[in-house]
Write a protein of this length. Structure first.
Length: 551
């Protein structure tokens, strides 16, 4: 008689494998959450582990699932305490009420209901590095000295509100304000904006954020050589990046490989990914460093609007993200903290229809020729308009005369020249009818016109003067709308929110918050003793090109 063979019962291995996978996911998430308490923002996923624990019959597998559930659940709680910040300034580059109100965004709506809003009137030349410097200093470009993009934070000749606040003993946290490179060592944090050519931050541990951004310019391999991928991701996690952001990055990586998405989709994902990383790191640093004054600036509302104003569904996603970030930041602020939201300019459809809309002026040949024949300058393009920013404003009259004399083949002035004063000159084309025939035949000051303008339909949106201003917090009237506010009013307003007087040199006045009197004669003395962290020379030219300021 053959020995009786009993069928072996189905082994516990599938159950144990599932349980091991749950543990393999939750242990590193738990460890990351110890380093960054905001890391696990996908807490509800613990339901999957609980379900597993309920379904698995094998004892060891069930234990594993329970442990995984507990680790995931515990790490899923994020700090809910309020931060110490007394004043937070949120910059939304290029934001306009035309889109905010059309979309009826919930957090912007709540901000208007709880606080005060107004149109913020921008100034020419409408070029962001210069405008954000005007906002921060309360001084016009002729005085602050930031006219082009070949500038560093050390070139700003006047004090900005964070310099003044710091001098008065307040701790500051700066996140991507324009013209803030190189950074300084502060009792808070300082992460420079997209113009920065190098990765320096304060504290240095935050530089992973900048390295990731610069990696396209420096090529991934070089970044990987400096810091391996694992170290880069771990550095980002420790700086504050959340699990949902990593999951989004992984999903994008798969989409990119499988679906080969169009450039517009890739651009949208990259810009909103940057928005997520920035929000994650800013909120974590608000908690970790607890500055009394903090700033955060969001740029996708400008970058995407230049390219896709004619595709509202893309621009809207940037505005929805700005709204989400606003909501997230408010969640962490004490009820009496003061939040000021500003844009540097508004946005509109590119003017001109048909032929007049299908061109872009070029910057490089004009810059080279101007520099050779008149003197050093930056030439920047925003929409159909060029801005010439002189290194030396004393050359203004000569520059205006030289630019006015540039004629086309028929002897007519090629540019309509607008003397903006203070080292800035605005240029538009006298004849905006650009056709392929004209591009082939016409000339500018004896050189081929094709070096000065090109046919393109890449840009559909451009800057306009009506930006946004909001304030909320202690002492701010709820539900009020003010008369238009000037850019020059913002710095005195931020200082007043901190209880610091403006200087007599500032032409604007605080809105919403009462003026602190008497004004001081001048704040610029606070710049004398500042020490800057070393950095690289130059600008992030790739970022300037991506936004369309130069080609
Ligand atoms: Zn712009």
């Amino acid at each position: 008689m053959p020995p009786l063979t009993t069928k072996k019962p189905r082994g516990p291995w599938p159950a144990r494998l599932l349980s091991a996978l749950a543990l393999a996911a939750s242990v590193p998430v738990f460890a990351a959450d110890v380093a960054n308490p905001f890391f696990n923002d996908l807490g509800p996923l613990m339901v999957a582990g609980a379900l597993l624990a309920f379904l698995l019959r094998d004892r060891a597998a069930r234990m594993g699932a329970i442990v995984a559930t507990v680790l995931w659940g515990v790490s899923g709680f994020s700090p809910t305490g309020k931060v110490a910040a007394k004043v937070v300034v949120l910059g939304v580059d290029g934001a306009t009420f035309d889109v905010i109100d059309r979309l009826d965004l919930p957090n912007f709506r709540a901000l208007a209901k709880d606080g005060t809003r107004a149109t913020l009137t921008s100034m020419e030349p409408m070029f962001s590095p210069l405008l954000w410097t005007t906002i921060a200093s309360g001084r016009p470009p002729a005085e602050h000295g930031i006219r082009g993009f070949h500038v560093a934070s050390t070139d700003c000749e006047v004090a900005r509100f964070w310099d003044i606040a710091e001098d008065r003993g307040h701790t500051v946290g700066l996140y991507k304000w324009l013209v803030d490179y190189p950074p300084r060592e502060v009792a808070g944090f300082w992460v420079p904006s997209w113009l920065a050519p190098g990765p320096e931050t304060w504290p240095a541990a935050l530089s992973y954020v900048k390295e990731l951004e610069l990696s396209k310019r420096m090529r991934r391999k070089q970044v990987a050589a400096r810091h391996g991928t694992v170290e880069l991701v771990w550095g980002l996690v420790k700086a504050g990046v959340r699990l949902s952001t990593l999951a989004r990055a992984a999903a994008w990586s798969a989409e990119e490989r499988v679906l080969h998405p169009k450039p517009a989709r890739a651009n949208l994902v990259m810009q909103t990914m940057r928005g997520r990383i920035d929000r994650d790191v800013f909120v974590a640093q608000l908690h970790a460093r607890d500055p009394e004054l903090a700033t955060f600036t969001y740029y996708a509302t400008d970058g995407l609007a230049h390219l896709y104003w004619d595709q509202p569904e893309i621009v809207e996603q940037a505005y929805r993200q700005a709204d989400a970030i606003l909501g997230d930041i408010r969640l962490h602020l004490a009820p009496d903290a003061r939040l000021i939201v500003v844009s540097d300019h508004g946005f509109k459809a590119m003017d001109g229809t048909g032929l007049a809309g299908q061109f872009a002026p070029l910057t490089e040949r004009l810059r080279a020729r101007f520099t050779a024949e008149v003197g050093p300058a930056d030439v920047t393009k925003v929409g159909h308009k060029l801005t010439v920013g002189l290194a030396d404003p004393a050359g203004q009259a000569r520059a205006v005369a030289w630019l006015s004399a540039l004629a086309d083949a028929a002897g007519e002035p090629f540019y309509r020249v607008e003397d903006l004063g203070g080292g800035s000159i605005g240029l538009t084309l006298t004849d905006e009818q650009i056709t392929a025939e004209r591009l082939a035949a016409d000339s500018v000051g004896g050189e081929p016109i094709a070096d000065y303008v090109k046919l393109t339909d890449a840009y559909t949106g451009t800057h306009e003067s009506r930006g946004v201003f909001y304030a909320v917090g202690a002492g701010v009237p709820a539900g009020a709308t003010l008369e238009p506010v000037a850019l020059l009013d913002v710095a005195p307003t931020v200082l007043a929110a901190l209880g610091i007087p403006a200087s007599i040199e500032m032409a604007g006045a605080p809105v919403v918050f009462p003026e602190v009197t008497p004004r001081v004669a001048d704040w610029d003395g606070v710049l004398l003793d500042l020490t800057w962290l070393g950095g690289e020379d130059g600008q992030n030219e790739e970022a300037l090109k991506a936004i369309g300021y130069i080609e």
